[in-house]
Ligand binder design. Structure first.
Ligand SMILES: Nc1ncnc2c1ncn2[C@@H]1O[C@H](COP(=O)(O)OP(=O)(O)OP(=O)(O)O)[C@@H](O)[C@H]1O
Ligand SMILES: [Mg+2]
Length: 427
């Protein structure tokens, strides 16, 4: 091994098992979550006992273990049921089918989906490849009928897990009907239990009373982790992922402290930070993760986060950000709303030549611009020259955003970065 000289190799390797850093890795133990796990376990107990399942709604900030805990309990439940079944006569065995849907996978460019699309997803999860249905071409009621028909072909309990359920917007038909499908008479052979998982508090608040009644039979809140808990989670993860002398206690403490401060107690952020730090240390040829690697990793993640949150914006806001990017590059920011509107209109026309989509009016654009200010992408500078000089506002990128990040976001959205001419735009 030593003599192979590859440009892909690093002089030192600190990461022993990179899989442990992956998003789909399920930890053997869910740490620091005893209270939550206890509540959550009792949601699954009836299924284990062969009784009618319960529905539950899980909520909490991003990265606090909702998906991890659910996967963990699901695996345990399936394993324990199988063990129990081996000791029972065939007729007394418990059948459990789990349908895991990540609603994010059924979203369109605006990161939203509908009950209908998710129902299509459930049908396709239950059908084999040759028989899948498409997301268009069926009336909603037909799709629901097909879905209940497919579900009813199964036996025993069907547990439908809807992760990132807040991606379902507008119509919540599925969310109140699915948990009650047996009462309503949509299915006869199976008992359906639904688990909804969300990190969006407004979604929870805005659920209709009907959904609250059915889906939110049990509500489980996942609180954020404190720095101490993050350290504990990270310590175990580091032990599995990194070579022993590749890091120190300080590595763990600093990563946890930063994730606590900057990402409101997200274990995902802490784990990503450790991973990125180790990668940077390897590239640096360092034998151990040092503070400067962690600081650099933190910057990298922040950069990525901002790009990601730009990617999540709707088209109008992306166009406004692009307009600002060109104005910024041309040294024309801070710019007045009128100037931004002219640049924005050019962006819209450039991107929608074929589709004939018109730019919003200045007032319409201003609403979106105000949201961008609210989200912290854009700063407003107020000018007030008293009675004689009048009042006006100018806008520019906040410290978090720059033209390159907007460009990166366009790339992530698979949108070409078309040239926009902003010369002579200011009157
Ligand atoms: N208590 C824990 N013990 C061990 N690992 C954990 C724990 N909580 C979270 N993790 C790890 O942290 C990462 C993020 O957790 P998870 O994906 O469960 O977050 P989430 O609450 O589902 O977030 P989101 O709302 O963004 O989907 C995962 O790698 C997970 O394995
Ligand atoms: Mg999750």
């Amino acid at each position: 091994m030593d003599n192979i000289n590859s440009i892909f190799a690093d002089d030192v390797e600190l990461i022993e098992n990179a899989d442990v850093f992956e998003e789909d890795y399920t930890p053997d133990r869910i740490l620091c979550r005893d209270d939550v796990l206890k509540q959550y376990t009792s949601v699954f107990k009836p299924i284990y006992k062969g009784r009618p399942p319960q529905n539950a709604f899980l909520y909490g900030d991003t990265g606090v273990g909702k998906t991890a805990a659910t996967k963990y309990l699901r695996e345990n439940l399936e394993r324990d049921i199988e063990q129990k079944n081996q000791q029972l006569p065939v007729g007394e065995r418990t059948t459990l089918n789990v349908v895991w849907i990540n609603c994010e996978n059924f979203t369109t460019a605006d990161h939203k989906t509908s009950s209908y699309q998710v129902a299509v997803g459930i049908v396709n999860r239950l059908r084999d490849k040759g028989n899948r249905i498409t997301g268009t071409g069926y009336a909603p009621q037909d799709v629901y009928d097909i879905m209940y028909e497919e579900l009813d072909k199964l036996e025993g309990t069907v547990l439908v897990i809807l992760d990132e359920v807040d991606k379902i917007s507008n119509d919540d038909t599925l969310l109140y009907e699915l948990p009650r499908s047996r009462d309503i008479g949509y299915v006869e052979n199976v008992r359906v239990g639904v688990i909804g998982i969300s990190n969006d508090y407004t979604f929870r608040k805005n659920l209709s009373p009907k959904v609250k009644d059915s889906l939110c039979e049990t509500e489980i809140k996942f609180p954020a982790y404190d720095a101490e808990e993050l350290s504990e989670i990270l310590r175990v993860r580091a032990r599995l992922a990194l070579y022993d002398d590749a890091y120190s206690q300080e590595t763990i403490s600093l990563c946890s402290a930063l994730a606590y401060q900057e990402a409101s107690g997200s274990a995902r952020r802490a784990i990503r930070l450790l991973r990125r730090s180790a990668e940077i240390a390897e590239e640096d040829g360092s034998e151990q993760v040092e503070e400067n690697h962690i600081r650099q990793a933190d910057k990298d993640l922040e950069y990525g986060n901002i790009v990601e949150s730009i990617v999540d914006q709707d088209d109008e806001k992306l166009y406004i950000l692009k307009a600002l990017a060109h104005l910024d590059n041309a040294g024309l920011t801070p710019a007045r709303t009128r100037t931004i509107h002219t640049a924005y209109a050019r962006v819209v026309r450039t991107y929608n030549q074929q589709r004939g989509k018109d730019p919003l009016t200045q007032r319409g654009m201003f609403n979106h611009l105000s949201k961008l200010v609210m989200f912290g992408f854009v700063n407003t500078i107020e000018h007030n020259k008293g009675a004689s000089g009048g009042q006006w506002n100018e806008h520019e990128f906040s410290d978090d955003v720059d033209p390159q990040k907007v460009k990166d976001a366009f790339e992530d959205r698979n949108l070409e970065w078309l040239h926009i001419d902003v010369r002579g735009i200011e009157e």
